[in-house]
Design a protein around this ligand. Structure first.
Ligand code: NAD
Length: 363
């Protein structure tokens, strides 16, 4: 997996210090074979919330780096969205197909419970609703449960709505109008969020070019959205106004940025910039308006937050709609400061954490 912030430290505490984590918990259980790491980045604003991912990492160092990077991203996502949540994430090391058992998941749940609510988990890569139900048997600090269990349900439609809001704000900056009618949009990855996003795009009259790793999925989406399907690598060369990464991270890198013809990049994928200190400025230098990923894909977190801290569908959608205004502010700030949007968004998140930290300094 590709880093978005290049670490210079290799020791465990060196890495923790560099990312400025509060606490990192290594969980081990001989019986079940559980090896997990819980990264709690920052809890100034509230409990650290973020999903658990199970992945067959090639090394423990890779797993540690992944959890540190992902949990830090959750801190910024919550902070910039005005949520009273901190940033956390967990990884379970192993092959989900062969190693995931009820006992392993419940053992992991007990480690989450031991943190007494400082970390709240949720679903992430290779975890299912059923897995969450097992974890829930050992701890109440689980979110993102299905609606039938009193949870907030599938976050994807809300994530798509926020991404759409961020895309419109970025379009407004680039084209002088936030209308997407007639705009050519390249959607990379037509999974859960990508599909909901294309519903908004189609409604507004955008022309869609798309690709997906699964050809049948891409073909089906192309038929449904009257879109043109292209190959996985061809997506970067399309003559479009907007490029929307909705699949994997790190797709904005040394090889791809020079190929883009789009004036706007706005998508839901996490960690789109392979190296934020290099590729954020590079996009700005080329005059491409980049809507920061952790800002415009925060709808899912806003949805989950309502489950933990209260709220209903209407308040969730209203809060998600604010992504438009926040994106506008961030783009303006980046321009004024002569920086790039990812840096401006990160700074805005850090400023809120610092300010609220001072509010809490007295009883
Ligand atoms: P998903 O798995 O449903 O969809 C991803 C799609 O991308 C799949 O159809 C997959 O086949 C495709 N894909 C994978 N590699 C590809 C490639 N190289 N080129 C083209 N397509 C490729 O996932 P999702 O829930 O829609 O999430 C999409 C992205 O948004 C992920 O990066 C995820 O981390 C991020 N995200 C999702 C949410 C959410 O609410 N689901 C919230 C925040 C961020």
């Amino acid at each position: 997996m590709v880093e978005t912030k290049v670490l210079t430290e290799s020791s465990v505490f060196g890495q923790i210090a560099e990312y400025q984590h509060e606490q990192v918990v290594f969980c081990h259980d001989h019986e079940t074979g559980l090896k997990a790491i819980i990264g709690i980045h920052n809890t100034v604003l509230g409990p650290a919330l973020g999903g658990t991912r199970m992945w067959h990492y090639t090394s423990e160092a890779e797993a540690l780096n992944d959890v540190l990077r992902l949990s830090r991203g959750m801190t910024y996502k919550a902070a910039i969205s005005g949520l009273n949540l901190g940033g956390g994430k967990a990884v379970i090391i192993g092959d989900a197909k062969t190693m995931k058992t009820e006992a392993l998941l419940r053992k992991f749940g007990r480690f989450v419970q031991n943190l007494n609510g400082k970390y709240i988990t949720a679903e992430d890569v290779n975890m299912t609703t059923k897995d969450m139900e097992y974890i829930r048997m050992e701890t109440k600090h689980v979110s993102g449960l299905p609606e039938s269990m009193g949870g907030s349900g599938d976050p994807s439609p809300v994530t798509a709505y926020g991404t759409y809001m961020g895309m419109k704000a970025a379009a407004n900056k680039a084209f002088g109008s936030d209308s997407l009618a007639g705009k050519r949009v390249a959607v990379q990855g037509v999974g859960h969020v990508g599909t909901y996003l294309m519903e908004y795009l189609q409604k507004e009259g955008a022309q869609i070019v798309l690709c997906d790793y699964y050809e049948d999925r891409a073909l089906e989406a192309a038929a449904r959205f009257n879109a043109r399907m292209v190959g996985l690598d061809e997506i970067y060369d399309q003559d479009v106004d907007i490029y929307s990464p909705c699949a994997l991270g790190a797709t904005l890198n040394d090889d791809t940025i020079s190929r883009l013809k789009a004036q706007v990049v706005a998508g839901c994928a996490n960690n789109q910039l392979a190296n934020e200190d290099v590729h954020g400025p590079e996009l700005a230098r080329r005059g491409i308006i980049y809507a920061p990923d952790f800002l415009i894909n925060a709808g899912g977190l806003i949805n989950v937050c309502s489950e933990v801290q209260g709220g209903n569908r209407q308040s969730v959608m209203t809060q998600t709609e604010r992504i438009y205004d926040i994106t506008t502010q961030v783009l303006q700030k980046a321009e004024q400061e002569g920086s790039h949007p990812q840096a401006a968004a990160t700074r805005q998140a850090e400023e809120r954490i610092a300010a609220i930290g001072k509010v809490k300094s007295t009883y």
